[in-house]
Ligand binder design. Structure first.
Ligand code: NAD
Length: 437
């Protein structure tokens, strides 16, 4: 039976903490697409299709024909940043999209001005900016963000809103006692507890304000017992973390293939050069540690060394990111994979991916915004594991290992949509094409 889903009527606010390269590439892209100036390449919600029923039925609608998703014309953008640049200025500075393309949506971009941020240099060492709220406690900061969110919804006469964190990667931290429950977390906010970061304050504020929330960066935020509990209490969907774009996307495409053919691995060395502000922030060891942990976990989970000790028990996995300003947003990644086959004979594979970070991330932001809104209208709350497809470190229920294999993630996503629409799940068994029993 189909799940009851409220239709996507009225305007949907998309709130973005951090109006940098990814956010402005996403916003400018949607503005261009809705004017008919560009195409939504890379977006499942816009161009993805989904097979329904048997192969012989030939029913393959677009995903947005199967489930009710917000229309791009109904999106209204807002956000926060520590710099005062409006979205046109920020996009020009990020240098991802060509000036001519930005000029065609200049007016709309200029109208999006950042609200004052909740920020602390304790958590992002390489940045400092003037557009920051000056308030005595973290509790006051959370309340001010809640006011911002309600103000944004009221001023723009929105029907509902969603948020995707696109701000800088914070310093790595572990879950501590203050993150164990909503009660401990709120006490910590009032006492300015040092282990509560701005990213956690934004997440808290959005959930309190009734806004679904996704985390695009690798730092700790939604993945704490306190915020999971809050999402359940407030009946809000949450998803994270760290957008799966360049090198890790390739890893989660290739590693399942190697494992499927039982090819062994001696080592996987990955290095990147990156010259945008994200690269500068990651030049700080604390922020890099957040990214490293997120990137390293992928192979471990896919290869399951405990199940295949002879093949994956001893491989060496290294990940490096070097800040190299001349490249701007155009990251270059190199992978050297040392693998072995039949009778242990060694082989090598080299990958040189010249990608564009924000070009790969922008459609993910769009899909997450629309799918998180769908989840909310379908009354699905707490961790949205079916959106693992979009993340380097997918959040899963306590005690469950996260699923990293891109193809399993895709099946999970599409089967969730089929389930919501009351369609049969696709198992790819195909028995009845060949047998009668
Ligand atoms: N582009 C990708 O492929 C990709 C992939 C995975 C994750 N990410 C993550 O997405 C995030 C955004 O990436 P980007 O390339 O746009 O970076 P960016 O540096 O261009 O933009 C981040 C913006 O966030 C702002 N900011 C920092 N702290 C803030 C705070 N507390 N409140 C409000 N604003 C704040 C900064 O001033 C900056 O303008 C980063 O955390 C990055 O690691 C990006």
């Amino acid at each position: 039976m189909a799940r009851k889903i409220q239709p996507a009527q009225g305007k949907l606010g998309v709130l973005l903490p951090g109006l940098g390269a990814v956010s402005t590439t996403f916003i400018a892209g949607v503005l261009r697409i809705r004017k008919g100036l560009s195409h939504p390449i890379g977006s499942l919600t816009q161009w993805g299709t989904i097979r329904l029923g048997k192969r012989t039925e030939n029913r393959v609608p677009r995903i947005n024909q199967l489930v009710s998703l917000a229309n791009l014309q109904d999106l209204v953008f807002g956000g926060w940043d520590i710099f005062e640049d409006n979205c046109f200025e920020a996009a020009m500075r990020a240098g991802v999209l060509q000036k001519e393309q930005l000029l065609e949506v200049r007016e709309e971009l200029e109208a999006i001005k950042p609200m004052k941020a909740v920020f602390s240099r304790d958590w992002v060492k390489k940045l400092d900016g003037p557009n920051v709220k000056q308030l005595a406690t973290k509790w006051d900061q959370a309340q001010a963000l809640i006011d911002d969110i309600h103000g944004f919804i009221d001023t723009n006469r929105l029907d509902r809103a969603v948020a995707v964190w696109c701000a800088s990667t914070e310093v790595h931290t572990d879950v501590g006692p203050v993150h164990q429950s909503v009660e401990a977390f709120e006490k910590g906010l009032k006492e300015n507890h040092e282990s509560i970061s701005p990213a956690m304050i934004y997440a808290y504020a959005h959930l309190m304000a009734g806004v679904p929330y996704a985390n695009g960066a690798p730092n700790l935020a939604l993945d704490t017992p306190a915020l999971v509990e809050l999402a359940m209490d407030r009946k809000m969907p949450i998803a994270g973390k760290d957008f799966k774009t360049g090198q890790t996307l390739m890893k989660t495409i290739l590693a399942p293939g190697l494992k499927a053919r039982l090819l062994g691995l001696n080592g996987w060395y990955s290095t990147n050069i990156l010259g945008n502000r994200d690269g500068e922030v990651l030049d700080d060891p604390g922020s890099f540690k957040s990214k490293e942990v997120s990137k390293l976990s992928v192979l471990e989970m896919i290869l399951q060394a405990d199940k295949y000790p002879e093949l994956y028990g001893k491989y060496n996995h290294k990940v490096r990111i070097d800040y190299y300003p001349p490249r701007g947003d155009n990251k270059e990644g190199w992978d050297n994979i040392d693998l072995f086959g039949w009778l242990g004979y060694p082989m090598q594979m080299k990958i040189n991916f010249l990608c564009r970070d924000s070009i790969l991330a922008a459609p993910i932001v769009l899909d997450l915004a629309l799918f998180m809104d769908l989840a909310r209208r379908a009354d699905m709350y707490g961790i949205q594991e079916w959106l693992s497809f979009y993340f380097k470190s997918p959040q899963a229920a306590a005690g469950l290992y996260p699923e990293h294999d891109l193809f399993i993630q895709m099946q999970k996503l599409k089967n969730t949509l089929r389930h919501m629409a009351g369609e049969e799940l696709i198992t790819h068994l195909g028995w009845d094409y060949y047998y009668n029993d």
